[in-house]
Structure formats: structure tokens, C-alpha cells
Design a protein around this ligand. Sequence first.
Ligand SMILES: [Zn+2]
Ligand SMILES: [Zn+2]
Length: 377
Amino acid sequence: MLEQKINEVFGDDEPSGFGTGWWSGILSAFFGSLALGAVLCLHFPQVLTSPELRAYYPMPIMRLLIQALIVGAIIFGVASAILRRKKILGLTGMMLALLATLLGGASVQINEPLHSGPAIGLDWFLLDMLLMTLIYSPIEVLWPAYPKQSVFREDWLLDIGYFLSTHLPIQITSFLILLPATQLTTYLAIPGLLEAMGRLPWLVQFFLAILVADLCEYVIHRVFHTVPFLWRFHAIHHSSKALDWIAGSRSHLVDDVVVRAFMLIPMMFVFPHDIIVAYLFFVTLHATWTHCNFGPTLKWLEPYLILPRYHHWHHTSQKEAIDKNFAIHFPWIDRIFGTHYLPKDDSWPQTYGLHNEKMPAGFWAQTFYPFTRRRRA
Ligand SMILES: [Zn+2]
Ligand SMILES: [Zn+2]
């Protein structure tokens, strides 16, 4: 398997703490790949960048960012090569940065006029990957709930594959969600409702948006757990044996699109555009955070807002918490519907993953899994 190969090529038995050249090597390889991907986006913007996002890029800042990634990859690569006996990780990062530079680096000009049309969201994948890693990886390394869990746990590459699979076809997925949403809202919209909502203070609107979204999420999430055919899609999200921020992105495309549409369509009837955009930012940050391998818990906040420990119990394979904790923002929604489970002793689950069910390995086998497997008894 590819993951084993990577571990063999880049891994070694030396310690991986700070100052051993391990993290500098990882950062070098990571920055190098991002820089190379970004330079490719500059070369082939028509095919590789999402038309919806192009208009919003402050290009001078993006170019500065690419330059910083190249310089970072080289500095960390040199540090790693000096500190560590096995040099390949640092060298790989430097090679990627060198390749990005040879291809023109940050100064590649975009000469063709760009028009909308089919494109792959490589830009969105690279940016979100960088942003999420910068936000969540440090807190997972500094304050983990499971200190023994490595960033490169089993299936880490699979989860990057899932992250890729939800980011590259952004045009198709947003079309699948927005088409029914705009159709429905054009015919069924209640103008008075939107106007009345717009008159409320911004924070109240925002809170109500989270509430409406979470009630929708609760319903559709519970349906995905209850209807056997739908469970086969959602089982993929539950197949992670360990959780961290990237494990949260393991989800079947059908699961992802249906849940987002089910939340967004009702919201579009009630909330103005800016509130929906603000909510989309919030849900990305909050839902990703609740999957983090992040230990600290604020006792006083736990009853009101979902913290990682709460969603981790949703992912356990321990009998006592199966089909519990469906909400993603407000735990008291589960309390109201009788599906709340959170041990008072601050404990975390012992085991994660599916209960009495086997999931095939690999992205494509899992993608076809819902269609091939016979119904549960
Ligand atoms: Zn679930
Ligand atoms: Zn989850």
C-alpha cells in the first residue's frame, strides 16, 4: 500500500520530538508540495482554479505566500538535513521547492483571459489544507487528548484523499447543492420572512442561523444513522479508528452533499446571504475542531457548546454511546431529543470506529461500498 511505502521511504526509528529534524522535515515537504501545487495553479489557472474563488484572490498577497512557502521549504529542509541522520524528508521538501522555483515560482504571469467553465478546485484544496493545518495541527501537537496518537496514524493518507475528494469537485458539489436551493427559493420564498430576519441584530441572526442549521443537521444525521441504505454512506465517516482534524473530512460525497443541501436549503428561506456565508465559515471551523485530537475541556461550556470530547463520543464503537450525540453545535438539542451522552467523569472513549461492521480499505472501495453491500439484517 502507498501509505506503507511512504512510511518506509521517509520514516525511521529515530525520536520525533522537537529539535530532532523530524518536524522541520515534515514542514519542508509540506510547504514544498503546497508551493509546487500553487505554481501549477498559476500555470494552468483555467483548469486548476475554481472560477468562484478567482475573483477574490488578492494576487500580490498570494504571490508573497507562494514565495514564503518556497523559502520556508528550503530553510526547514536544510535544518532537517542537518539535524537528522535520514535526509530524504528534508531533501524532498527542498527538491519540491526547487522544482516550484524552476517552473517560474511566484512570478508566473497569468496571461490568458479566464472564463468560467469546468475546473478542478486545486486552489481551494491547497488553501484550505494550509489554513486547517496551521490552525489545528499545533493544538493537536501541544495539547492532545491521546498523546500517543501520531499525526501519521493509520489511514492518514486516506483522509487526505477524502479531503481532496471534497475539495477538487467544488464546482460540481456546489452546483448540486445550489441548483435545488435556488430553484426552491425562487418559487417558494416568503419575502416577509427574510425582511423580518434582516431587521434583527446581526448576532441574533447568526445565533438563529446556527440553531436552524443544527436542527436540520440533527434530523438528517439521525436519518443517516437510522435508514440502513443511508447508513452505508455515513458508515464511512464512522470508520476512523482514531480522530484528528483530518479524520473529520472522511465522508462519502453523497453524505457530504445531502447533508449540506439539507441544511442550506431551509436556511436560504430565512437568512440573508451574508449570514449564510458567516455560518459556512463557522461550521467549517467548528466541525473540524470537534474532530481534533485536542484534550482541554471547558467544563462550564460543555453543556452549551459542543467541544471535541462530545463529538468523539459520537464516534466511539463502545455500545453505550452508539447512536448518540447527533447535533454538531449545541449539545442541548440532543438532550431535548433524548440522545445525549457525555460521561461526567471527563473520560474519553477507549475505542473508535464501527461496531460489528467491516469497512473495505481504500478510497475507491469505500466509495462503492454503499452500492455493493447487502442490506443490514
Ligand atoms: Zn454520525
Ligand atoms: Zn464526525
